[in-house]
Every structure is written in structure tokens, then in C-alpha cells.
Design a protein around this ligand. Structure first.
Ligand code: ADP
Ligand code: SF4
Ligand code: MG
Length: 387
């Protein structure tokens, strides 16, 4: 493993551990936005020292039509052994932000600012070869579509073996043994036979498992799973999520799980970050965000999934469409679709971008909304609708 563990490096000690003021004390003094957002990134809602720290990340694509602001000042962090779910509608910047963490953007066509640290090492701005060194085998990505990671012309076994040998100087036989172990670990029956087969001989669920085996063969510290189960039927989906959960227990990796499915979030996540139009609009532990959400967009997302008690009820999709990332609306980006904006005095919703602030005046659960009485509106109006 080329990347040192966070605990091995003093300079990775962040937040209170590095002697910064405790969150509560700082909140009372009213820290600047920069300080607050910095803390948001470096201190995880769990209070643990994170492995991945994303701070004030901005990703822009200059295009013929103008600059697409896909990610605007995003901050979050994930400790080892913990799962962060990033949720939001299609086009909210989930994949673009994660590809920045993987260093997968085309440098010539993408403008990235802010900070992304893995085990304390900065990766934004690193030349390709140094990025490879820092990232090494420490990060793996699992995509929605296994076709994009599995080569059709090589056997599945061969691909997993080679993925292992890229990072380990071992004989083919040793690597093959490791690949067979991985196939077994991800629940592929008869690994010896499957090892010799091509991706097209696998079912969708099996291909997904094979891709996870390939992603995890190097025991990565960070796994980014981008809609890993979206293309699969419900039963296989549940199996793959179980698998990711079990593998996390086995390897202790940090997981960033990107999904638009709040059912998956409830099942898997320790922490949740809700994205809208390239910004974080709510962030906290899964318990906080799912049981005590404090942002109208999160309410809309929750209302758009069938609840257990009303499993067959129609979904209540959020009305309207996300804004164009070429020209975001002024004020709160959600204001053109927000049913609650009239409750905020004056024109603040349409003129002033809400800061990401602690929902109770302090603490790690934050949301971006001008409403004063979020808790009472949620309890009186939204929670009853959720059933
Ligand atoms: N290379 C690119 N050039 C221009 N726009 C892009 C590029 N890649 C993504 N985008 C835009 O960035 C926005 C966020 O995309 P994405 O992160 O893929 O959304 P999602 O939340 O669905 O994963 C989308 O509007 C998308 O069209
Ligand atoms: S700031 Fe205003 S428009 Fe934005 S979510 Fe809150 S109430 Fe709605
Ligand atoms: Mg995506």
C-alpha cells in the first residue's frame, strides 16, 4: 500500500484533533463561512479522523455554450470503515465529484479547484504520475455498468489476476489464487469454472460481482460505488449491497456510495450528503438526515419514495426540473421548485444563497436553507405525509 494510513501521519490530524476550536465553541463565536465549511470537510459527522477529505471542491467544464458549474464548493469526509451515501437527482454532480476524487477527469477540459486528500496526501493539482503514486491501489471505483470496467475480450479471471499484478510483484499462480479467492468471496459459484469465462457468459448480477471482485482485489482503502445496483433487479440488488457491506467489514474500507435510491441509503449509509445543483444542501449522519431532515429538497426526495406503510402508493416526484448548470438561479438553487419559499420573509430565497449551517445552531448535522422553523414544519407537515 503506497498511501500511509492517516494515523501514521501527524499532518493529517485535522479538526479538533489538530487543536482547532471545538465545533460548539466555534459556532457560538460565529466563525466565517470558510472556517465552517473547512470544518465540515475535515471533521466527519461521526467525529472520527477521516481517510478521504474533500474540501471546497469545485469542478467546471468550459463548453461552447458557457461554463458548466457541475460541482460548487463541495466538502465532505469519510473515515475508514464508514459509508457515506451521496444522494440527489440525476445531474446534481454526484458522479462528477467522485470522478474528481478518482482523478478521472480530462485535465484539458476540466477546471478543478479545492482540496482532495487521501490519507493526508493532496491529489488536486498533482501531475498524472504522482497522482498514480498517491492513489496507487488505495482507491477503487465500482460503476453502474460493469461493461465499462470489464473488457469483453479477456476472461474474467485474467482481468482480476492482472488487476492484482499491476500493484503486486507476484507470480501468475499467486495472482490466480488471489483472483479465485476474490471470486469466491463475492459469491460467484464455482470460481474455477467461472475464472475461465468471458464477461458475456456472466449474468448482469454476476458481472457486477466480478467487477466488485476486481475493484477489491487490491484491498483498497476507499471504494467509490457509483449507482452500483441501479441496473439490477431488486433481489440481486439486495445481494450486491449485502456483499459490499460484508466486504467493508472484512477490509475496513471507507465507502462513498452514490445513489438516487433512498432505500439503498437507509440500508447502507452511516452518513448522508444530499446534493442539489452541484452543492451540498444537507449533510449529517444517516439517522439525522433520514429521521430529522431539515431542508425542503431532502423532504421532497423522501416524499418521492414509497414508504413501508404505504408501499403501493404512487411516488410524489418533486415538481419541476433541476436548474441549468450553465446559469444557476440567484439565491437558493432550489427556489424555483421550493413549495416553502413563501415562508421566508422578503426575497431572501431568490437573492441570497443560504450557507450550509448546523441545523441546531451547532453540531455536525448541517443544511442549506433560510427557513427559521425547519424542525416544526417538518414535524407538523412533512413527517405525517411520510407516514
Ligand atoms: N465532460 C463534461 N462536460 C460538460 N458537462 C458535463 C461533463 N460531465 C458532466 N457534465 C454535466 O455535469 C452535471 C453533473 O453530472 P453528473 O455528476 O454526472 O450527475 P449525477 O449526479 O447524475 O451523477 C450534468 O449536468 C452533466 O451534464
Ligand atoms: S432557502 Fe428558501 S427556496 Fe431554498 S429550500 Fe429553503 S425555503 Fe426553499
Ligand atoms: Mg451519475
Amino acid at each position: 500500500m503506497s498511501t500511509p494510513a492517516p494515523e501514521d501521519r501527524k499532518d493529517t490530524m485535522v479538526g479538533t484533533a489538530a487543536g482547532e476550536p471545538a465545533p460548539d465553541a466555534a459556532a457560538k463565536r460565529g466563525p466565517s463561512i470558510a472556517t465552517r465549511e473547512k470544518r465540515q470537510g475535515t471533521l466527519n459527522p461521526s467525529g472520527e479522523t477521516p481517510y478521504l477529505v474533500v474540501e471546497d471542491l469545485t469542478v467546471k467544464f468550459p463548453t461552447a455554450d458557457g461554463v458548466v458549474s457541475a460541482v460548487n464548493g463541495l466538502s465532505y469526509s469519510v473515515p475508514l470503515g464508514r459509508t457515506l451515501a451521496i444522494v440527489g437527482e440525476s445531474g446534481s454532480g454526484k458522479s462528477v465529484s467522485s470522478m474528481a476524487v478518482m482523478g478521472l477527469h480530462d485535465r484539458k477540459r476540466t477546471k478543478i479547484t479545492g482540496s482532495i486528500r487521501l490519507g493526508g496526501d493532496e491529489i488536486v493539482g498533482l501531475p498524472e504520475n504522482e497522482l498514480m503514486k498517491v492513489r496507487g491501489d488505495a482507491v477503487a471505483m465500482v460503476f453502474q455498468d460493469p461493461q465499462s470496467s470489464l473488457h469483453p475480450l479477456y476472461t474474467v479471471g485474467n482481468q482480476i489476476t492482472e488487476a492484482y499484478r499491476v500493484h503486486h510483484k507476484v507470480s501468475k499462480d499467486v495472482a490466480k489464487k488471489r483472483a479465485l479467492e476474490m471470486l469466491d468471496l463475492v459469491g460467484i459459484p464455482n470460481p474455477i469454472r467461472r475464472f475461465k469465462q468471458y464477461p458475456h457468459e456472466f449474468s448482469g448480477g454476476m458481472r457486477q460481482r466480478a467487477m466488485i471482485a476486481m475493484g477489491l482485489v487490491n484491498d483498497p482503502k476507499l471504494v467509490i460505488a457509483d449507482e452500483p445496483t441501479t441496473a439490477l433487479d431488486v433481489t440481486v440488488q439486495a445481494q450486491i449491497l449485502d456483499l459490499l457491506n460484508n466486504l467493508q467489514k472484512e477490509f475496513g474500507s471507507a465507502i462513498v456510495l452514490i445513489t438516487h435510491d433512498l432505500g439503498v441509503v437507509a440500508e447502507m449509509a452511516d452518513d448522508v450528503l444530499v446534493m442539489y445543483a452541484g452543492r451540498c444542501v444537507e449533510y449529517g449522519t444517516a439517522e439525522d438526515v433520514l429521521a430529522r431532515p431539515r431542508m425542503p429538497y431532502t423532504w421532497g426526495l423522501l416524499e418521492s419514495i414509497p414508504t413501508v406503510s404505504a408501499a403501493n402508493e404512487r411516488l410524489q416526484p418533486i415538481k419541476g426540473l433541476p436548474p441549468s448548470l450553465l446559469s444557476l438561479p440567484s439565491g437558493c438553487s432550489f427556489n424555483p421548485r421550493c413549495p416553502y419559499k413563501e415562508r421566508v420573509k422578503g426575497e431572501r430565497c431568490t437573492t441570497e444563497l443560504p450557507e450550509l449551517l448546523p441545523v441546531d445552531g451547532a453540531g455536525a448535522h448541517t443544511s442549506r436553507c433560510h427557513l427559521h422553523d425547519k424542525a416544526s414544519i417538518y414535524e407538523a407537515e412533512v413527517a405525517p405525509r411520510l407516514g
